[in-house]
Ligand binder design. Sequence first.
Ligand SMILES: *Cc1c(COP(=O)(O)O)cnc(C)c1O
Length: 396
Amino acid sequence: MTIENILSPWAQNVSPSPTLAVDAKAKALKAAGEDVCGFGAGEPDFDTPSFIKEACAQALADGKTKYAPAGGLPELRKALAQQYQDYGVLEEANPAQVVVSPGGKYSCYLAILATCGPGDEVLIPAPYWVSYPEMAKLAGATSKFIFAGDDQGFKVSAGQIEETLSANTKLVILNSPSNPTGCLYEKAEMEAIVELACRKDFLLMSDEIYEHLLYDDAEHHRPASFSKEAAERVITVSGFSKTFSMTGWRLGTLVANPTIAKAVASLQSQTTSNATTFAQFGALAAVQDWDQAMQAVQDMLVHFDRRRLKLLEGLQAIEGISCLRAQGAFYLFPKIAELGLRSEEFSARLLEEEKVAVVSGHAFGAEGYVRLSYATSEEVIEKGLDRLSRFAMSLD
Ligand SMILES: *Cc1c(COP(=O)(O)O)cnc(C)c1O
């Protein structure tokens, strides 16, 4: 064995997450005493609602410290199945169609792994979440990208998908509200894509992890709820991380037709076994007392919305930067191309010269843009905007 062939093709080809890397770099600078304005965070900055933490603590006290069924705690799967029936995603509240995983990220990975292999193509609208192409690669499938810039609200049309389809297209990925853009698909736009999926016979993975983080009275639409046929071919992925500020708990969900759900549960049983047992009891409390859970989310949204508008206004006021009014998640995705730097150089120099951390659009397949997370305080937003504005002016 030599150093050249010690790693498998999977390990050789996979890239580490660039968003986690930016956040880590900003945190390291901060730890070294630098006054960093971090807009890199991919997680809410609030604490988990206390009633959820208490339910988990109670489960620990009660000794819920052993393995649970691989697909999730039966009572949690049942409660989620009921919820997805209410959403119109499931025709019947069938727990066998729900899998609880260690994180929405793992749900996405298993959705891809369960359906795609060598020879299959995965269509990924760009700007995309950084992990999708890597997951497709790990499944041995090929990724194809479809670009949608700010001129089309960062949303691909059914027509664009149709032009890109080939006989090998197995899966198309949707993520609304989107990371990195914060944009949402309208119902009609989503319906056209679902109609195409049924007509051209491909699967959809709908990553709805930001489904509850909405502003300006925007509405979230679940493609699996559109028709019986849609429910057959849409894999719905979500989780507790973003909605309830539970990123460290590692709890994701997946809802799919029985064949796919069973395969996902089998893959999970052989790779990670169940998501942490006592953590699932916290999630169960959230689903069982949904009103209280949604009230906690509303409280966070008040802060998120104020920050969103502050950041949006500030960005739009900077000459050379334009930014769409995104209505979901906690990201804005301004265009910086007019300032004359490639986005990787832009973000590197911004961190170096002004100690402001943003993620290069390049990482999301969107040159000319950067991602700013407003999961940070208004104070940091104000200070960061001042620095960003000074940086933009220095580029003239
Ligand atoms: C954060 C995120 C996820 C999953 O997060 P987990 O912490 O693994 O639950 C999935 N998709 C997108 C687009 C995300 O931003």
